[in-house]
Design a binder for this molecule. Structure first.
Ligand code: WT7
Length: 652
């Protein structure tokens, strides 16, 4: 990544306002974090301050050292401590709340299932015993390829219990993407399902898994298959394939001693797009990750055991890992887990679920909020949402307009909103207000959390003036940070770290500004990563799939204001760009990456705007897709193409 391409504009093209909204007194009075001194305390104590987070956990062997920073950027948090993540999320709640609901699941067909902490304990243990029986040992990576069914968090916890790192692959990704991730993670075990419903249709997930298996270089030793569809889909199982239900039944009632892991041992790997076409495997360690996640679940999302909390993100991505599974379960709360879509059977589904479950804390993305706004306030307004105490958002910048809508129509005009900035790599929330302490500024994420040394700097690593665009960096390690990349130390160092005179800086890849009060506004990525529909893609990853379609010569992919994918495509002279080519391009992307990567718009153009050195001006294409003003194009090698592209965009 170079540091080119930051300008002062936000990702959504608007400027963030400076309106200040104080935390409501009624909220602050009973908030988990209510003491403003917390910022100073962290500043004074340095890494030691994070004991507060680690002490929220149960340690099998207490840690003495908080941070080992002898060998930067290979930082080790709580290195001499030992713990088990599943024991922290399940077992330790048994004394106080074994009959409290841990998970309330709502399926696509209106099904419901509830798990108390005791139920969870029983099934996690049975599956852990079953996995062991199939040969899974400590440190074996288990790939999980499941939709939003309770078996997904259960399988994650079963892996954690026996010290087997999990590698969750989003269920919507393609067979090819799954194969790449199985190989890259050296994973010999897979847990998947027969299929799942898409609207009314049964969709065969197992056949994708089978295809992946054929493509993968690695040989899978065993596969466990959840029966999600019952009679709706009959999938024959091979010799080394086992029905999940049978595995659990065979071990029902058994207990498996949680394996004490070093805090620095791998809890999971999660593949995400980086600055090259190949996804990278982000590794999270057990202790620091869980401590940071638990601390932020309590202090930022203000979640307590007596809450009913709903993180709407898919568990297939980091938000679902940290705040759909490990965060809520480590603090012992009740979570809603929802398999369906927000507009099925009707556009009030989300509000219906909030009302039905008296959800008190709701965490979603600006993409979702934009859809809610489009569908109309009449949907939330028709429901009793008075149970809501706090709202959260994550994934991209929220406009001040969307922020107000969210507060007004979902938060009853009262609830604080935490705009949380973080990444797959940071593991847990890193920039956000503390809702009972810190005033909010709609459209700005807020100051860094206590203990997070985030700085917006220029190309030389010097802090920028307030309001000036720069690069968002983090100047000191934090507990939730990735412990490395699956691709090795060198790649980890190269991708993320810069060594300066005053130490090591983590590069987030985001552009940002900071105001006089230290509030950060995120401007969007400065590298070739685009965030669409809360998924993160590398542009080259998508573009290389598009150019594989017959007749396509070049492609450039950008995200638009609504979090949609827009692909600009040039074709060979003898090719007529028509519907069938659009279809073929969509298929290519679905095949290479998954249905989530199908472009929302394909714009055929005779040429792509390029600099004299031949670099595609993606920024300009983004402006055109968003309908924004754009600057001088005379530096282009082919400025005449801009008019053509604009008219092609408007035509469609
Ligand atoms: C990128 C990380 C872990 C969050 C889910 C996505 C963008 C994240 C915000 C926010 C503006 C945000 C950044 C970041 N982002 N939160 N509150 N405001 N932008 O995780 O796929 O690792 O993507 O999402 O660009 O770098 P991810």
């Amino acid at each position: 990544m170079d540091y080119a391409g930051v300008d002062g504009r936000r990702a959504d093209g608007t400027a963030a306002g400076d309106e200040v909204v104080e935390p409501p007194a009624a909220f602050s009075d009973r908030a988990v974090a209510s003491d403003p001194e917390i910022y100073e305390a962290f500043a004074e104590e340095g890494p030691e301050a994070w004991r507060r987070a680690a002490d929220l956990l149960d340690w099998e062997r207490p840690y003495e050292t908080v941070l080992d920073d002898e060998n930067p950027p290979f930082y080790q948090w709580f290195p001499d401590g030992r713990l088990n993540a599943a024991a922290n999320c399940v077992d330790r709640h048994l004394d106080e709340r074994r009959n409290q609901l841990a998970i309330r699941w709502f399926g696509k067909r209106g099904e419901r299932r509830s798990y108390t902490y005791l139920d969870l304990h029983r099934e996690v243990n049975a599956l852990a015993a079953g996995l062991r029986d199939l040969g899974v040992e400590e440190d074996d990576v288990v790939t999980l390829y499941l939709p939003m069914v309770p078996e997904l968090p259960i399988a994650m916890l079963a892996c954690a219990r026996i010290g087997a790192p999990h590698n969750v692959v989003f269920a919507g990704l393609s067979a090819e993407a799954l194969a790449t991730r199985i190989d890259a993670a050296d994973s010999e075990y897979l847990v998947t399902c027969d299929g799942y419903y898409r609207r009314e249709d049964a969709f065969n997930q197992k056949s994708k898994a089978d295809n992946a298996r054929l493509r993968a270089e690695a040989d899978l030793s065993a596969t466990v298959v959840v029966d999600r569809l019952g009679d709706a889909l009959d999938v024959p199982l091979g010799d080394d394939e086992h029905e999940y239900e049978a595995v659990v039944a065979a071990h029902d009632g058994e207990t498996v001693e949680p394996v004490a892991r070093d805090a620095t041992d791998l809890l999971f790997v999660m593949y995400t797009s980086g600055t090259t076409g190949r996804p990278k495997g982000v590794e999270h360690a057990t202790g620091g990750y869980l401590a940071h996640v638990a601390w932020t679940t309590r202090n930022v999302l203000d979640v307590r055991p007596d809450d009913t909390y709903w993180c709407a993100a898919d568990i297939g991505w980091i938000t679902g890992h940290s705040y759909g599974v490990y965060g809520p379960l480590s603090v012992g709360t009740t979570s809603v887990l929802y398999e369906g879509s927000p507009d099925y059977p009707d556009r009030d589904r989300v509000w219906d679920l909030i009302e039905r479950n008296a959800v008190s804390v709701f965490y979603t993305s600006p993409t979702a909020i934009r859809s809610f706004m489009k569908w109309g306030a009449e949907y939330p307004d028709a429901h009793d949402l008075s149970s809501i105490r706090l709202l959260g958002t994550v994934g991209e910048s929220i406009t001040s307009k969307a922020w107000r809508w969210y507060r007004e129509h979902v938060g009853g005009g009262e609830a604080p909103i935490v705009d949380t900035w973080w990444q797959t790599e940071t593991g847990a929330i890193s920039l956000a207000t503390l809702p009972g302490v810190t005033p909010m500024k709609p459209g700005k994420v807020g100051p860094p959390l206590p203990g997070i040394d985030a700085r917006v700097v220029d190309e030389d690593g010097e802090p920028v003036e307030p309001g000036e665009p720069g690069y968002l960096t983090i100047a000191a390690p934090w507990p939730g940070m990735l412990r490395g990349l699956r691709e090795g130390d060198e790649r980890y160092r190269r991708e993320y770290w810069l060594e300066g005179e005053d130490g090591w800086r983590y590069r987030t890849g985001d552009g940002a500004t900071v105001d006089g009060d230290g509030y950060v506004t995120i401007l969007g990525r400065v590298d070739d990563v685009i965030n669409v529909r809360t998924h993160r893609f590398n542009t080259a990853e998508l573009e290389s799939a598009i150019v594989e379609a017959d007749g396509v010569t070049e492609a450039a992919v950008v995200g638009d204001d609504d979090g949609r994918i827009v692909a600009y495509v040039t074709t060979r002279g003898d090719v007529d760009p028509d519907e069938s080519l659009r279809e073929a391009i969509g298929e290519r992307l679905a095949h290479a990456v998954g249905d989530v990567a199908r472009p929302d718009r394909i714009v055929f153009t005779p040429d792509l705007p390029k600099t004299r050195s031949g670099k595609i001006m993606r920024r300009l294409l983004e402006d055109i897709a968003r309908g924004d003003e754009f600057g001088d194009v005379s530096a282009l090698r082919n400025p005449e193409v801009v008019g053509e592209i604009e008219s092609a965009v408007r035509k469609k």
